[in-house]
Write a protein that binds this ligand. Structure first.
Ligand code: PLP
Length: 397
């Protein structure tokens, strides 16, 4: 008989009761060091007092009112995001896929409003991940995610990641814009070359295209900057955010320059829950912490420390790990052993990680993780590699 929950996930047989900082506790009181952070989402870790208080306080006052009315919490959060970014205006929604849907609709509508309705196609990249809605599995372009769901949504062209010549060659009379992740998260923690991002910006300027950055995973301090594109010194015309922006509370956002934002006139786009008082109270509380003096410096220091430790780990265990990559606290260990085995072995030792494409083990601890916790994670990964080396020696002659 089928489970009451649909069988669309491969879940570990593990359920958590509560969390504290970078730690999760299961039903039996066993503790786990959380270097997955709910897939790079629990930016402030678990039970962060400022976030808990903001959510509890707002919930007791008002949870939902709809977008028929002004929502001061959303106005405040939008103004703060505008002040901290390239953007002039913000649309709030509830997830990463929904943010990307809004981003692509805004790109298409901006071109149409400018008298170029034939320009609706968006160039995307192999290894991308943009979400699971019908349009976003087309934007993602991964055959595995498209299979069985009928004809892909029209209007997405795919070229190799980090290949500027291929992107240039893909531009045609119907091209409206380009959508790219500054670091491909699901695709295997693959950073875009800064020169590639700058080249895409130049291509868009040259051809009248709109540049969209999917910072659903890389945004909100994950990379060590508030937004990962800051490392490359380029800005997009429009950007999607989700994951860390609500610290685990569902919240997504589309940030846009004025020329793009003005395309979304009343009636053109919307969502019932988007930008509600509760989600935006969570978003404001997360921003309070991330924008506080020295917070991102601390993220960068911890990230450099973790990265150095991982580099040493790879050198010690070349039969298990081959490379460290990523940005800030979104790090990938490219594995020589199957990444699923590494993940399962680490889990058995009490360390939570997330698998990614290209046989990569993803490490995305909460941004509040300490050096000591990084030491603990590194020690657990060392033990993981040791025990995998032993089994590899037994099974391979
Ligand atoms: C997770 C993710 C998405 C999809 O977000 P959901 O909230 O699962 O819809 C989109 N883009 C990127 C880069 C992501 O990492």
């Amino acid at each position: 008989m089928i489970s009451a929950l649909m069988p669309n996930y491969n879940r570990a047989d593990l359920a958590f009761d509560h969390g504290q900082g970078a730690w999760l506790f299961d039903m039996r009181g066993q503790r786990y060091l959380d270097f997955g952070a709910g897939i790079a989402t629990s930016a402030l870790g678990h039970a962060h007092p400022h976030l808990v208080q903001a959510i509890a306080g707002q919930a007791a006052k008002l949870i939902h009112v709809s977008n028929l009315y002004r929502i001061p919490q959303a106005e405040q959060l939008a103004a703060r995001l505008v002040a901290a970014s390239f953007a002039d205006s913000v649309f709030f929604c509830n997830s990463g896929a929904e943010a990307n849907e809004g981003l692509v609709k805004a790109i298409r509508k901006t071109q149409a409003d400018a008298g170029r309705p034939e320009r609706y196609r968006v160039i995307c990249f192999t290894g991308a991940f943009h979400g699971r809605t019908l349009a976003m599995i087309s934007a993602t372009g991964n055959a595995k995610y498209l299979e069985g769901f009928g004809p892909p949504v029209e209007g997405f062209d795919h070229v190799p990641f980090n290949d500027l010549a291929a992107a240039r060659a893909a531009i045609g009379p119907e091209t409206a814009g380009i959508l790219v992740e500054p670091v491909q998260g699901e695709g295997g923690v693959r950073p875009a070359d800064p020169a590639f991002l700058r080249g895409l910006r130049a291509l868009c300027d040259e051809h009248g295209l709109l540049l969209g950055f999917d910072e659903v995973q890389t945004g909100m301090g994950r990379s060590g900057k508030l937004f990962a594109h800051e490392w490359a010194g380029v800005t997009p015309d429009v950007m999607s955010l989700a994951k860390g922006i609500g610290g685990g509370f569902p919240l997504g956002a589309v940030l846009a320059r004025e020329n793009v934002a003005q395309a979304l006139k009343p009636g053109s786009h919307g969502t019932t829950f988007g930008g509600g008082p509760l989600a935006c109270a969570a978003g404001n509380a997360v921003l309070d912490v991330i924008l506080a003096d020295g917070f991102l410096d601390q993220v960068n220091e911890t990230a450099a420390y973790l990265r150095a430790g991982l580099t040493a780990l790879v050198a010690r265990h070349p039969r298990i790990f081959t490379e460290v990559r990523g940005a800030g606290l979104l790090l990938g260990l490219k594995c020589a052993a199957p990444n699923g085995d590494v993940q399962a072995t680490a889990l058995a030792r009490g360390l939570l990680t997330v698998a990614a494409g290209e046989n990569v083990l993803r490490l995305a601890p909460p941004l509040i993780v300490t050096r000591e916790e990084c030491d603990t994670a590194l020690a657990l990964l060392d033990k993981t590699a040791q025990s995998l080396t032993q089994t590899t020696e037994i099974t391979t002659p």
